[in-house]
Design a protein around this ligand. Structure first.
Ligand SMILES: Nc1ncnc2c1ncn2[C@@H]1O[C@H](COP(=O)(O)OP(=O)(O)OP(=O)(O)O)[C@@H](O)[C@H]1O
Ligand SMILES: [Mg+2]
Length: 267
């Protein structure tokens, strides 16, 4: 039997999206063509308002494209895409539940037996480095710990694909690196496919297998850069790695003129 090239896990085919806002038409993205292979870590960068979150929303099946098609696992996405887990910038933890009870939510929704839930929550707490904080409430945690709870809860759904919208934007530099290390390790270990939106170009270059750079709105794919780094990488030592420096600089070169042109338009 001849092997057929497998269809990518996620495919954006000529995707455009326009919104009607108070009688105005806003074109968010235009003619987006992109294929994401299973297990890839893709970072998405581009000026504010270029449609990055809109693309995640369409992948999750929350919005449908105005033109073109978003495909997932060989089929068009037509409703909520159960294979994806979505983490927005806001962690949306339930304040009246303990850490363990928050992580348990997806398992309860699925009606898993009590003993299985207990084991799974313990495993996830361990995985995100929060063992010992099971009985704490969200208000008693630092911002970074809350993010880790949100990540553990997302993983409790065990989604095939993680859609992460600026998940670490609110964290201080050191915590951010810790979370990046953790996310990269977890996504590799669990074989996840990741779409990761960020405004931090250094972060985009550090984490990705490929980085997609969008134009200002309407967002179009301006460039797709392959990471020169090996998949197994030490994020703590990247600062001195010329390959990372080169990629981050290239991203800055691509984005800076977009910011300048935006200022001109605003005048
Ligand atoms: N539900 C909606 N209704 C109306 N307009 C929307 C909606 N969602 C997004 N838009 C518009 O579409 C455009 C793209 O928005 P989107 O949130 O996808 O951008 P973004 O790239 O994620 O921006 P940021 O980097 O600031 O988060 C914006 O002009 C926004 O106002
Ligand atoms: Mg956004």
């Amino acid at each position: 039997m001849t092997a057929r090239p497998a269809e990518p896990l996620i495919g954006f085919r000529g995707v455009g999206k326009t919104f009607q806002v108070e009688g105005r038409t806003v074109e968010a993205v235009r003619e987006v063509e992109l294929e994401v292979r299973r297990g890839e870590f893709i970072t998405l960068v581009g000026p504010s308002g270029c449609g990055k979150s809109t693309l995640l929303n369409m992948t999750a099946g929350l919005f449908s494209p105005s033109v073109g098609e978003v495909r997932y696992s060989g089929r068009p996405v037509t409703g909520i895409n159960q294979a994806t887990g979505y983490m927005t910038q806001n962690d949306h933890l339930l304040p009246w539940r303990t850490v363990a009870a928050n992580i348990q939510v997806p398992l309860e929704i699925r009606g898993r037996p009590r003993s299985e839930m207990r084991d799974k929550v313990a495993e996830l707490m361990e995985l995100v480095g929060l063992a010992g904080f099971e009985r704490s409430y969200p208000a008693q945690l630092s911002g970074g710990m809350r993010k880790r709870v949100a990540l553990a809860r997302l993983l409790a759904y065990d989604p095939e694909t993680l859609l992460l919208d600026e998940p670490f934007a609110a964290l201080d530099a050191q915590l951010r690196v810790n979370m990046q290390v953790e996310l990269l390790r977890l996504s590799r270990q669990l074989g996840k496919t990741v779409l990761f939106v960020t405004h931090d170009l250094d972060e985009a270059a550090a984490l990705c297998d490929r980085c997609v750079v969008f134009s200002p709105r309407p967002g179009m794919v301006r460039r797709v850069l392959d990471s020169p780094l090996p998949r197994e990488r030490d994020l703590l030592r990247l600062r001195r790695d010329p390959r990372w420096q080169e990629m981050a600089a290239e991203l800055w070169d691509l984005i800076t003129p977009m910011l300048a042109s935006r200022e001109e338009r605003a005048e």
